[in-house]
Design a protein around this ligand. Structure first.
Ligand code: NAI
Length: 260
């Protein structure tokens, strides 16, 4: 049997919705989805910033649209999927990427801080995955949901107990959904990135402390670059990963296997 590798990793004819596409990992992978042939739905709260990413994608002769979406609000999520369907048809692939990541010591996290973290980073992922799956099942179509967790969902790190709990929830939610959505031909997988410099963490990684941390703790002694998430994303989103569901793909320069 011969395989056309380029074709199996392509997203031609698919509608791909990316949450948190206004910056960082989401904006980068939205451009990648466009280049892979997808109709791209950019979704986040800041529509003005989405428009710029959409223009970049359209500049390369790819199809893209922007929709306002707040993952913490059910109506907003339903409205975003309605808009996507009206323009491009049923969403086939979701990159559940929106997230927040402020570090806080455990004794200082308030009820509101905890709720805000869980509400965006765990409830939001569940809400978007559920809405996507309901619509795919109703349309009788298979699809792929790619959730973005973190290596902090697999191992503990200081200053992030609420974030760790939410991301661990995303990992286990992914496995549970994979189990139950397989009958609908909906695959659910999770990418667990190590550290990539984005708006979420650039101040820290520009500091001496941040640079020393990377040098001392990450086996590859550097941050990831966004291009290094392209292969994992396309693998899980496309037919190349057609027998993968419930998988956890760490992309972390070896951080998870750092010495104890
Ligand atoms: P970022 O801050 O650049 O992007 C996060 C995006 O999520 C932004 O577009 C933001 O507007 C959006 N967002 C936040 N709350 C939202 C809401 N309620 N509704 C809709 N959109 C919302 O950060 P980055 O680094 O690109 O993070 C993307 C994902 O990757 C997050 O889930 C983060 O936890 C995860 N991650 C990032 C790592 C890194 O080193 N950058 C490491 C591990 C995980």
């Amino acid at each position: 049997m011969t395989t056309d590798f380029a074709r199996s990793f392509a997203l031609a004819g698919r509608t791909v919705l990316i949450t948190g596409a206004s910056g960082g990992i989401g904006a980068h992978l939205a451009r990648v989805a466009g280049r892979a042939g997808a109709r791209v739905v950019l979704a986040a709260r800041r529509v003005d910033r989405l428009e710029q990413v959409a223009k970049d994608i359209q500049w390369e002769d790819c199809e893209a649209m922007s929709v306002a979406l707040d993952v913490t609000n059910r109506e907003s999520v339903e409205a975003a999927f309605d808009a996507a369907e009206a323009h491009f048809g049923v969403v086939d692939v979701v990159l559940n990427n929106a997230g927040i990541g402020n570090g806080q010591r455990p004794l200082e996290i308030s009820e509101d801080d905890w709720r805000a973290m869980l509400s965006t980073n765990l409830d939001g992922v569940w809400r978007v995955a559920q809405v996507a799956a309901q619509r795919l099942a109703k349309a009788g179509r298979g699809g792929s949901i790619v959730n973005v967790a973190s290596i902090l969902g697999l191992r503990a790190g200081t200053g992030y107990s609420h974030y760790c709990a939410a991301k661990a929830g995303v990992v286990h939610l992914t496995k549970s959904l994979a189990l139950e959505l397989a009958r609908y031909r909906i695959r659910v997988n999770v990418i667990a990135p190590g550290y990539f410099k984005t708006e979420m963490n650039d101040a820290y990684f520009d500091s001496d402390k941040g640079q020393a941390y990377i040098r001392d703790v990450v086996p590859m002694r550097r941050l990831g670059v966004l291009e290094e998430l392209e292969g994992p994303f396309l693998l899980l989103a496309s037919e190349a990963g057609s027998f993968m569901t419930g998988s956890v793909l760490a992309v972390d320069g070896g951080h998870l296997v750092s010495s104890l």
